[in-house]
Design a protein around this ligand. Structure first.
Ligand code: NAP
Length: 255
Protein backbone atom coordinates (compact mmCIF):
# COMPACT_ATOMS: atom_id res chain seq x y z
CA UNK A 1 0.00 0.00 0.00
CA UNK A 2 1.67 3.21 -1.15
CA UNK A 3 0.31 6.72 -0.51
CA UNK A 4 1.86 9.87 -1.97
CA UNK A 5 1.34 13.15 -0.12
CA UNK A 6 1.94 16.34 -2.08
CA UNK A 7 3.13 18.52 0.76
CA UNK A 8 4.72 21.77 1.81
CA UNK A 9 2.18 22.50 4.55
CA UNK A 10 1.72 21.73 8.24
CA UNK A 11 -1.38 19.66 7.36
CA UNK A 12 0.64 17.49 4.99
CA UNK A 13 3.19 16.88 7.72
CA UNK A 14 0.46 16.02 10.22
CA UNK A 15 -1.08 13.56 7.76
CA UNK A 16 2.31 11.88 7.27
CA UNK A 17 2.70 11.72 11.07
CA UNK A 18 -0.76 10.14 11.48
CA UNK A 19 -0.03 7.52 8.86
CA UNK A 20 3.42 6.81 10.34
CA UNK A 21 1.77 6.22 13.71
CA UNK A 22 -0.25 3.33 12.24
CA UNK A 23 0.74 -0.27 12.81
CA UNK A 24 0.60 -1.74 9.34
CA UNK A 25 4.16 -2.49 8.26
CA UNK A 26 3.46 -2.53 4.54
CA UNK A 27 1.96 0.97 4.45
CA UNK A 28 4.46 3.10 2.57
CA UNK A 29 4.11 6.88 2.70
CA UNK A 30 6.05 9.25 0.46
CA UNK A 31 5.87 13.01 1.03
CA UNK A 32 6.77 15.27 -1.85
CA UNK A 33 8.17 18.78 -1.40
CA UNK A 34 8.72 21.34 -4.13
CA UNK A 35 12.13 22.30 -2.74
CA UNK A 36 11.41 26.05 -2.47
CA UNK A 37 12.31 26.40 1.22
CA UNK A 38 15.96 26.20 2.27
CA UNK A 39 15.55 24.10 5.41
CA UNK A 40 12.08 22.51 5.35
CA UNK A 41 10.55 20.75 8.34
CA UNK A 42 10.63 17.14 7.22
CA UNK A 43 7.77 14.70 7.80
CA UNK A 44 8.31 11.07 8.85
CA UNK A 45 8.40 8.45 6.10
CA UNK A 46 10.04 8.77 2.71
CA UNK A 47 10.59 12.25 1.32
CA UNK A 48 11.27 13.27 -2.28
CA UNK A 49 12.13 16.84 -3.26
CA UNK A 50 11.62 18.76 -6.53
CA UNK A 51 9.08 19.02 -9.33
CA UNK A 52 7.79 15.96 -11.20
CA UNK A 53 7.84 17.59 -14.64
CA UNK A 54 4.20 18.63 -15.00
CA UNK A 55 1.10 16.45 -14.98
CA UNK A 56 2.74 13.85 -17.25
CA UNK A 57 5.75 13.56 -14.96
CA UNK A 58 3.50 13.15 -11.94
CA UNK A 59 1.44 10.48 -13.73
CA UNK A 60 4.67 8.67 -14.62
CA UNK A 61 5.84 8.83 -10.99
CA UNK A 62 2.51 7.42 -9.73
CA UNK A 63 2.78 4.49 -12.13
CA UNK A 64 6.47 3.78 -11.59
CA UNK A 65 6.13 3.89 -7.80
CA UNK A 66 2.86 1.96 -7.80
CA UNK A 67 0.97 4.56 -5.79
CA UNK A 68 -2.46 3.36 -4.62
CA UNK A 69 -3.72 6.84 -3.73
CA UNK A 70 -2.45 10.39 -3.43
CA UNK A 71 -3.37 13.39 -1.35
CA UNK A 72 -2.88 16.93 -2.59
CA UNK A 73 -2.09 18.62 0.72
CA UNK A 74 -0.28 21.56 -0.88
CA UNK A 75 -0.88 25.16 0.10
CA UNK A 76 -4.30 26.54 -0.99
CA UNK A 77 -2.46 28.94 -3.34
CA UNK A 78 -0.29 26.29 -5.03
CA UNK A 79 -2.66 26.16 -8.01
CA UNK A 80 -0.36 24.67 -10.64
CA UNK A 81 0.57 21.52 -8.75
CA UNK A 82 -3.09 21.01 -7.79
CA UNK A 83 -4.17 21.22 -11.43
CA UNK A 84 -1.36 18.79 -12.34
CA UNK A 85 -2.53 16.40 -9.63
CA UNK A 86 -6.10 16.41 -10.97
CA UNK A 87 -4.83 15.75 -14.51
CA UNK A 88 -2.53 12.95 -13.32
CA UNK A 89 -5.40 11.33 -11.40
CA UNK A 90 -7.57 11.42 -14.52
CA UNK A 91 -4.75 9.94 -16.64
CA UNK A 92 -3.80 7.13 -14.25
CA UNK A 93 -7.02 6.36 -12.34
CA UNK A 94 -5.10 6.68 -9.05
CA UNK A 95 -7.59 8.10 -6.49
CA UNK A 96 -6.86 11.70 -5.47
CA UNK A 97 -8.03 13.64 -2.43
CA UNK A 98 -7.48 17.36 -1.80
CA UNK A 99 -6.68 18.36 1.78
CA UNK A 100 -7.34 22.08 2.27
CA UNK A 101 -7.47 23.84 5.60
CA UNK A 102 -10.55 26.08 5.83
CA UNK A 103 -10.19 29.68 4.72
CA UNK A 104 -10.56 32.62 7.10
CA UNK A 105 -13.84 34.47 7.57
CA UNK A 106 -14.16 38.12 8.61
CA UNK A 107 -15.19 38.74 12.21
CA UNK A 108 -17.04 41.71 13.65
CA UNK A 109 -14.94 44.83 13.32
CA UNK A 110 -12.87 43.56 10.38
CA UNK A 111 -12.43 45.88 7.39
CA UNK A 112 -11.63 43.44 4.60
CA UNK A 113 -11.18 44.12 0.91
CA UNK A 114 -11.26 40.83 -1.00
CA UNK A 115 -9.42 40.56 -4.31
CA UNK A 116 -8.86 37.84 -6.88
CA UNK A 117 -5.12 38.39 -7.41
CA UNK A 118 -1.96 40.09 -6.12
CA UNK A 119 -2.23 42.59 -9.02
CA UNK A 120 -5.73 43.55 -7.94
CA UNK A 121 -4.49 43.88 -4.34
CA UNK A 122 -1.71 46.22 -5.53
CA UNK A 123 -4.27 48.33 -7.40
CA UNK A 124 -6.26 48.87 -4.20
CA UNK A 125 -3.39 49.75 -1.89
CA UNK A 126 -2.83 53.47 -2.68
CA UNK A 127 -6.43 54.18 -1.62
CA UNK A 128 -6.00 52.30 1.68
CA UNK A 129 -2.66 53.23 3.22
CA UNK A 130 1.01 54.19 2.93
CA UNK A 131 2.80 51.67 5.16
CA UNK A 132 1.99 48.13 4.09
CA UNK A 133 2.55 44.86 5.95
CA UNK A 134 2.84 42.42 3.02
CA UNK A 135 2.52 38.76 4.02
CA UNK A 136 1.78 37.11 0.68
CA UNK A 137 5.17 35.40 0.41
CA UNK A 138 8.37 36.19 -1.46
CA UNK A 139 7.03 35.10 -4.86
CA UNK A 140 4.82 37.60 -6.66
CA UNK A 141 6.34 40.72 -5.05
CA UNK A 142 6.72 42.11 -8.57
CA UNK A 143 3.01 42.92 -8.49
CA UNK A 144 3.82 45.67 -5.95
CA UNK A 145 7.05 46.95 -7.55
CA UNK A 146 5.43 49.95 -9.24
CA UNK A 147 4.06 51.36 -5.97
CA UNK A 148 7.01 53.66 -5.35
CA UNK A 149 5.16 55.97 -2.94
CA UNK A 150 4.34 53.17 -0.52
CA UNK A 151 6.63 51.54 2.07
CA UNK A 152 6.47 47.76 2.58
CA UNK A 153 7.30 45.47 5.45
CA UNK A 154 7.69 42.13 3.66
CA UNK A 155 7.64 38.98 5.79
CA UNK A 156 8.74 35.71 4.20
CA UNK A 157 10.46 32.43 5.08
CA UNK A 158 13.30 32.91 2.60
CA UNK A 159 14.74 36.15 1.21
CA UNK A 160 12.87 37.63 -1.75
CA UNK A 161 14.54 38.57 -5.02
CA UNK A 162 13.74 41.19 -7.67
CA UNK A 163 11.34 42.38 -8.89
CA UNK A 164 10.17 43.76 -5.57
CA UNK A 165 9.02 47.10 -4.11
CA UNK A 166 11.72 49.78 -4.04
CA UNK A 167 10.95 50.91 -0.49
CA UNK A 168 10.88 47.70 1.50
CA UNK A 169 12.16 46.15 4.69
CA UNK A 170 12.38 42.36 4.75
CA UNK A 171 11.60 40.34 7.84
CA UNK A 172 12.67 36.69 7.52
CA UNK A 173 10.42 34.64 9.77
CA UNK A 174 8.21 31.59 9.76
CA UNK A 175 4.97 31.04 11.73
CA UNK A 176 3.38 30.33 14.07
CA UNK A 177 3.11 33.96 15.13
CA UNK A 178 1.66 35.32 18.37
CA UNK A 179 -0.93 38.04 18.78
CA UNK A 180 1.43 39.91 21.05
CA UNK A 181 4.19 39.79 18.45
CA UNK A 182 1.88 40.88 15.63
CA UNK A 183 0.51 43.82 17.64
CA UNK A 184 4.06 44.94 18.38
CA UNK A 185 5.10 44.60 14.73
CA UNK A 186 2.19 46.75 13.50
CA UNK A 187 2.93 49.38 16.15
CA UNK A 188 6.72 49.48 15.69
CA UNK A 189 6.50 49.90 11.93
CA UNK A 190 3.45 52.20 12.02
CA UNK A 191 1.69 49.87 9.58
CA UNK A 192 -1.59 51.23 8.22
CA UNK A 193 -2.70 48.40 5.90
CA UNK A 194 -2.19 44.61 5.84
CA UNK A 195 -2.11 42.39 2.74
CA UNK A 196 -2.60 38.63 3.08
CA UNK A 197 -3.64 35.60 1.11
CA UNK A 198 -6.60 33.66 2.50
CA UNK A 199 -4.23 30.94 3.63
CA UNK A 200 -6.40 29.89 6.58
CA UNK A 201 -5.13 28.09 9.68
CA UNK A 202 -4.24 29.27 13.17
CA UNK A 203 -0.49 29.72 12.73
CA UNK A 204 -0.70 33.01 10.82
CA UNK A 205 -4.16 34.22 11.91
CA UNK A 206 -3.04 36.53 14.78
CA UNK A 207 -2.13 39.27 12.26
CA UNK A 208 -5.84 39.49 11.39
CA UNK A 209 -6.78 39.97 15.04
CA UNK A 210 -4.04 42.56 15.50
CA UNK A 211 -5.25 44.45 12.41
CA UNK A 212 -8.85 44.33 13.66
CA UNK A 213 -7.82 45.68 17.06
CA UNK A 214 -5.88 48.51 15.43
CA UNK A 215 -8.76 49.30 13.04
CA UNK A 216 -6.54 48.64 9.98
CA UNK A 217 -7.92 47.67 6.57
CA UNK A 218 -6.90 44.22 5.33
CA UNK A 219 -6.60 43.24 1.68
CA UNK A 220 -7.39 39.51 1.42
CA UNK A 221 -6.47 37.64 -1.77
CA UNK A 222 -9.02 34.88 -2.42
CA UNK A 223 -7.94 31.28 -3.06
CA UNK A 224 -8.01 29.61 -6.46
CA UNK A 225 -10.68 26.88 -6.58
CA UNK A 226 -9.85 23.18 -6.06
CA UNK A 227 -9.98 21.49 -9.51
CA UNK A 228 -13.46 20.24 -10.41
CA UNK A 229 -14.24 16.65 -9.47
CA UNK A 230 -11.56 16.31 -6.78
CA UNK A 231 -13.04 15.46 -3.36
CA UNK A 232 -11.96 17.84 -0.59
CA UNK A 233 -11.45 17.43 3.17
CA UNK A 234 -10.34 20.13 5.59
CA UNK A 235 -8.09 18.23 7.99
CA UNK A 236 -5.59 15.34 8.24
CA UNK A 237 -8.02 13.21 10.32
CA UNK A 238 -10.60 13.38 7.54
CA UNK A 239 -7.93 12.42 5.03
CA UNK A 240 -7.08 9.30 7.08
CA UNK A 241 -10.80 8.53 7.19
CA UNK A 242 -11.03 8.84 3.38
CA UNK A 243 -8.10 6.42 2.98
CA UNK A 244 -9.67 3.96 5.43
CA UNK A 245 -13.00 4.08 3.61
CA UNK A 246 -11.33 3.34 0.29
CA UNK A 247 -8.72 0.81 1.29
CA UNK A 248 -10.07 -0.82 4.43
CA UNK A 249 -9.54 -0.15 8.11
CA UNK A 250 -6.59 -2.54 8.37
CA UNK A 251 -4.39 -0.28 6.34
CA UNK A 252 -4.63 2.92 8.35
CA UNK A 253 -4.47 4.11 11.94
CA UNK A 254 -7.71 4.69 13.79
CA UNK A 255 -8.59 8.39 14.02
P1 NAP B 1 2.72 25.80 -7.72
O1 NAP B 1 2.85 27.13 -8.37
O2 NAP B 1 1.38 25.16 -7.70
O3 NAP B 1 3.74 24.76 -8.33
C1 NAP B 1 4.73 25.09 -9.27
C2 NAP B 1 5.51 23.83 -9.57
O4 NAP B 1 6.27 23.43 -8.42
C3 NAP B 1 4.65 22.64 -9.90
O5 NAP B 1 4.25 22.64 -11.24
C4 NAP B 1 5.56 21.50 -9.53
O6 NAP B 1 6.55 21.28 -10.52
C5 NAP B 1 6.29 22.02 -8.32
N1 NAP B 1 5.66 21.62 -7.06
C6 NAP B 1 4.80 22.33 -6.29
N2 NAP B 1 4.50 21.67 -5.18
C7 NAP B 1 5.16 20.50 -5.23
C8 NAP B 1 5.28 19.40 -4.35
N3 NAP B 1 4.63 19.37 -3.17
N4 NAP B 1 6.07 18.38 -4.73
C9 NAP B 1 6.75 18.41 -5.91
N5 NAP B 1 6.69 19.43 -6.77
C10 NAP B 1 5.91 20.47 -6.44
O7 NAP B 1 3.23 25.87 -6.21
P2 NAP B 1 3.94 27.07 -5.38
O8 NAP B 1 2.90 28.08 -5.07
O9 NAP B 1 5.19 27.45 -6.09
O10 NAP B 1 4.28 26.30 -4.04
C11 NAP B 1 5.36 25.38 -3.98
C12 NAP B 1 5.26 24.58 -2.70
O11 NAP B 1 5.29 25.47 -1.59
C13 NAP B 1 3.99 23.76 -2.60
O12 NAP B 1 4.35 22.45 -2.24
C14 NAP B 1 3.17 24.43 -1.51
O13 NAP B 1 2.48 23.49 -0.72
C15 NAP B 1 4.21 25.20 -0.72
N6 NAP B 1 3.71 26.50 -0.22
C16 NAP B 1 3.17 27.40 -1.10
C17 NAP B 1 2.68 28.60 -0.62
C18 NAP B 1 2.02 29.61 -1.53
O14 NAP B 1 1.57 30.66 -1.02
N7 NAP B 1 1.91 29.38 -2.84
C19 NAP B 1 2.77 28.88 0.75
C20 NAP B 1 3.34 27.94 1.62
C21 NAP B 1 3.81 26.74 1.11
P3 NAP B 1 6.40 20.19 -11.69
O15 NAP B 1 5.36 20.74 -12.60
O16 NAP B 1 7.76 20.08 -12.26
O17 NAP B 1 5.94 18.93 -11.03
Amino acid sequence: MHVLILGGTAEARRLAESLAAGTRADLRVTSSLAGRVGAPRLPPGEVRVGGFGGAEGLARWLREHRADAFVDATHPFAGTVSANAAAAAAATGVPLLALRRPGWAPAEGDVWHETGSLEEAAGLLPSLGRRVFLTTGRLGLGAFAALEDLWFLVRSVDAPSAPAPARMEVLLDRGPFTLRGERELLRRHAVDVLVTKDSGGAATAPKLTAAREAGLPVVVVRRPPVPAGVPVVTGPEAAVHWLRERFGPGAFPHP
